[in-house]
Design a protein around this ligand. Structure first.
Ligand SMILES: Cc1cc2nc3c(=O)[nH]c(=O)nc-3n(C[C@H](O)[C@H](O)[C@H](O)COP(=O)(O)O)c2cc1C
Length: 200
């Protein structure tokens, strides 16, 4: 079982995160989930999932969403719990994705400001030279956002904007969500039925 960290911050696009979580679990891997307070707010606005920030309660909600059989695969950490396993480099993980990534969280990570667990875990992933994927969602982008993306890229992170292509002829919002989520899953080397390779 591999260990993947998924962080949901307060950018728009919570559906992308749910899709990535779904396939991490379906693949038999462990999910370490952290949500920011704005992340939970946007999640409840855009989906039917209403997380509270209380780990036990939120675990129950996610088990209802993904299936009770995933109990041993889901670990939820509070955003302020900088003593959680994933806050230390000695705890080996196989990759982290921040999806969606707000410009605020992007700015903190780009500048090494590790105040909460999302920023700290990302800082650790970068310093340990592990895989960090950031899925920012904002438009238009200011020079500050662009420079922060350059900084994260220079530090070894992968910036993967939530911008689905249309050449697979999407028929629904779900198809567009799959398009973004599948690119993230490919980079995490997670098998999924939603990955469609372009064959020309
Ligand atoms: C409905 C809603 C949608 C938002 N969408 C975005 C967005 O797409 N991108 C972004 O950078 N911030 C967005 N924000 C603002 C962030 O949530 C806000 O800056 C927050 O402080 C980010 O905190 P976090 O990085 O700790 O999650 C949105 C806020 C709300 C309430």
């Amino acid at each position: 079982m591999r260990k993947f960290i998924v962080a949901i911050s307060g950018g728009s696009g919570a559906l992308y995160a749910l899709k990535v979580c779904e396939y991490i679990l379906a693949n038999g891997d462990e999910l370490f989930l952290v949500t920011s307070e704005p992340g939970r707010r946007v999640l409840s606005l855009e989906t039917s999932i209403n997380l509270s920030g209380k780990t036990e309660k939120d675990l129950k909600i996610l088990l209802e969403k993904f299936g009770a059989n995933y109990k041993n695969q889901i670990h939820i950490h509070h955003e302020n719990d900088v003593g959680a396993s994933i806050a230390s480099g000695s705890f080996k993980t196989d990759g982290m994705v921040i999806i969606p990534c707000s410009t605020g969280t992007l700015g903190s990570i780009a500048n090494g400001i590790s105040r909460g667990l999302i920023e700290r875990a990302a800082d650790v992933v970068l310093k340990e030279r592990r895989k960090l994927i950031i899925v920012p969602r904002e438009t238009p982008l200011s020079l500050i956002h662009l420079k922060n993306m350059v900084k994260v890229t220079e530090a070894g992170g992968i910036v993967m904007p939530a911008s689905p292509g249309f050449y697979h002829i999407p028929k629904s919002v779900g198809d567009l969500v799959d398009m973004v989520a599948s690119r993230v899953l490919q980079h995490l080397e997670i098998e999924s039925s939603i990955i469609k390779q372009w064959k020309g």
